[in-house]
Design a protein around this ligand. Structure first.
Ligand code: ZN
Length: 190
């Protein structure tokens, strides 16, 4: 595997990997610099706390999401294993010295990602139903005031579920990212 990993690192830069495999917006970033910061796609990031090093093609999140190279960034962004990320990158970059066993690696990665998205959508639905149940069981205005936030949370969950309905993989990557952002705020204690 290490030969393939080295080939991958030689054939794609961290900038290209970010543009190709993540929803990170680099339009306002100073990508010509050796170091620059972007908003981390792995946590709700108000101020840019993910440092990109274009010299070593590595990344580091100062808020604790991790650090690493192109390969583990792609695996984290697509929520696939490192092994599958290596296969996907090798396949996409046409690194031929690699036995793909005639499997369409991209298709496998997309399939795994779609299963992950389906799991999230089911989870969101379950949460939505449990919140609706709370609303349905309100009997006093005091109770209503106490759990008024629930209405907002239901709206957020419905919004996230609707994002996952798209057929485009890019839209789903965006939906997964949004879900990570928003569910860190939705109150799931009920
Ligand atoms: Zn982070």
């Amino acid at each position: 595997m290490s030969f393939i990993c080295n080939e991958i690192r030689k054939n794609i830069s961290i900038i290209e990997a970010l543009e190709e495999y993540t929803t990170v917006d680099l339009s306002k970033s100073r990508i010509e610099k050796q170091h620059f910061n972007i908003r981390c796609p792995f946590h709700l990031d108000k101020s840019p706390s993910l440092t990109i090093n274009t010299d070593t093609n590595s990344w580091y999140c100062w808020a604790g999401c991790g650090y690493g190279d192109i390969i583990n960034h792609v695996s984290k962004a697509m929520n696939i294993s490192n092994k599958l990320a290596i296969k996907l990158l090798a396949y996409d970059l046409g690194i031929s010295n690699f036995n793909t066993q005639r499997i369409d690696i991209r298709q496998k990665a997309v399939k795994d990602f779609n299963i992950y998205c389906k799991d999230i959508t089911e989870n969101l639905k379950r949460k939505e139903y449990s919140l609706r149940e709370i609303v349905a069981n309100i009997t006093t205005t005091t109770e209503l005031e106490e759990i008024g936030e629930v209405y907002h949370d239901i709206a957020k969950l419905m919004y996230l579920s609707s994002l996952f309905k798209s057929d485009s993989i890019e839209d789903k990557i965006y939906a997964a990212k949004k879900t990570r952002e928003i569910t860190s705020h939705v109150n799931f204690k009920y």
